[in-house]
Design a protein around this ligand. Sequence first.
Ligand code: LMR
Length: 406
Amino acid sequence: SIQNIPQLPPDPLFGLKARYTADTRTNKVDLGIGAYRDQDGKPWVLPSVKLAEKAIHEDPAYNHEYLPIAGLQQFTSAAAKVILGSDSKALKDDKVVSVQTLSGTGALHVAALFIKRFYKGSGSVYISSPTWANHIQVFETQGLKIESYPYWNYATKELDLKGFLGAINSAPEGSVFLLHACAHNPTGLDPTRSQWTEILGAIKKKNHLALFDSAYQGFASGSLENDAFAVRSAIDSFDGSLPILICQSFAKNVGMYGERAGVFHYVSATKDAALQSAVLSQLQKITRCELSNPPAYGAKIVSKILNTPELYAQWERDLVTMSSRIKEMRQTLRSELESLGTPGTWDHITTQQGMFSFTGLSKPQVDSLEKDHGVYLVGSGRASMAGFNLGNVKAVAKAIDQVVRE
Ligand code: LMR
């Protein structure tokens, strides 16, 4: 019989969303789940997406047929070019196997299964402390052991590079290191280029497996090239010696949140056609067992954008629109807090990048913001910067000022 099923607490992010939705205060502010909002606080359908949808609907061949098990090939191969670069040596050398996934989480799930079944390493997956809440359970539910590496120095609000490198050096040879490609979630703090070089050098030396979670390419800095720096450096530096796994999401950078358009890429260390064909067959089996074949609509939209030069150019402008509005909100929030003389330092708000700011607010302060001011952010003090706009930033700064002084 079915019994003894323990009740789980609500998901930290979607539970927060549910509390926000149920709140009847008209001045409530949602700084929870990372989803872009425009200057009026509304979800934004990217102009490039609107154009792509129009073109898809006007195509006489429009239909809702199944995609192949590995997904829409024009989508996955164009997606590989986005992350690896159109002149990527790995692509030219034919070392990349790509399959469509249920966005970033689906790609991470595929990575977890792939590692569990086929990776003969130390068995542990190292994640940053802190990291995105879902990372832990995606790997743990597959029976993989999670370890954490130091990342955020709470005292200085800077990268704990020494701790990070120490963990890489002391992890058993061949461990898996999950790396945020850019716009680290939740801290918004990314290693500098020279820090990445050190980190990747240490990973290579220990023969660890680098697993990149790339959920914010182009969204962080406004430049697709810039935000791919870490991934492309790893590809260059590991070429010929170590494979690399990449989980790519188009939820944020194309605003395809609910359409679940993502890709898992396996980049082989050396060209090995038989191995790559075997990898593809196994990835296809994972998909076939779990979802038969991936959802088509979001993939068709993203594919249309990536494969149509004018739409690609519009998408690049859309990325700048989103990232620059967020940067502006970072500046405004920081200067509001500084002009209120709010105790503490607030420069980290503008040095961090991407969707989130790790504000440094404590759990009790976050609780008071929610209870007394209708301002919702994650318990860790993570705020989605996209939730700010000129209509609410002053009020939120005042609310923060108040809870910090309480
Ligand atoms: C977030 O961290 O808020 C987003 O990535 C949404 C999610 O799926 O948790």
